[in-house]
Design a protein around this ligand. Structure first.
Ligand code: KIV
Length: 262
């Protein structure tokens, strides 16, 4: 079983690793059997599964529901539960309780939270809750950022990001997602902070890479960001299978004898 210590060891060895999102049992099983070492139950479930425009509406109860399903399907991968908007920003007590629920009720081994929450990270780590940080383009702050924009483009912003990454590392985070930042900035953080970095739209120099499963499988809609690479077109395949089924039903050729009881 993959642990947070493995990620630290891989960073030390210079071994790159993949993380993918999953939100249900069958996807978690397939990813686990494919040897994906880290599965994130992302709050991107809000967009790609629940059909909202942003990640803001998804609730703690919904995140726990999906995390439990993923944890049941993953026997080897490290399962990380993504803390939803307002589950950790309101008070320290609420944040501890909600983070703990991902481990206690969700079956996750760690949580992820967006933003430079070094003090809170230390609080959670002190209570035995491993924390994955997330800096750069943090989708829960879409309105504060004025849209989904690449971050840390100026020297001053890059310095701030580097300082935030160092603070999270000192606070005890075990890894750090870097989203939507220039490759050179992600490289600087990866080379100067002893924390495994996991990039998404952050170029090739991070220790790991993450993408949203629906994006790589061709199951997401609308304009895709530049960093998304599609590895399959399951949307077209589902369309084809659904049409084939409907055509056979309409023609009266399904069910045939082989699919009926005598
Ligand atoms: O929710 C999510 O899927 C994420 C990844 C994009 C890192 O936070």
């Amino acid at each position: 079983m993959v642990t947070i210590n493995d990620l630290a060891a891989w960073k030390a060895e210079g071994r790159r690793f993949a993380m993918l999102t999953a939100y249900d049992y069958p996807t978690a099983r397939v990813l686990d059997e494919a040897g994906i070492p880290v599965i994130l139950v992302g709050d991107s479930v809000s967009n790609v599964v629940l059909g909202y425009d942003t990640t803001l509406p998804v609730t703690m109860e919904e995140m726990l529901h999906h995390t439990r399903a993923v944890a049941r399907g993953a026997s080897q991968a490290l399962v990380v539960g993504d803390m939803p908007f307002l589950s950790y920003q309101v008070s320290r007590e609420e944040a501890i309780r909600n983070a703990g629920r991902f481990l206690k009720e969700g079956g996750a081994q760690a949580v992820k939270l967006e933003g430079p929450f070094a003090e809170l990270t230390e609080t959670l780590v002190d209570r035995g809750i491993p924390v994955m940080g997330h800096l750069g383009l943090t989708p829960q702050s879409v309105h504060a950022m004025g849209g989904y924009r690449v971050q840390a483009r100026t020297e001053e912003a890059a310095e701030r990001l580097l300082g935030d990454a160092q603070a999270l590392q000192k606070a005890g985070a075990f890894s750090l997602v870097l989203e939507g930042v220039p490759s050179a900035v992600a490289r600087r953080v990866t080379e100067s902070v002893p924390l495994p970095t996991i990039g998404i739209g952050a170029g090739p120099h991070c220790d790991g890479q993450v993408l949203v499963i629906h994006d790589i499988l061709g199951l997401s809609f609308g304009k895709q960001p530049r960093f998304v690479k599609r590895y399959a077109d399951l949307g077209a395949e589902i369309h084809r299978a659904a049409r084939a089924f409907a055509a056979e039903v309409e023609a009266g050729t399904f069910p045939d004898e082989g699919h009926s009881y005598s």
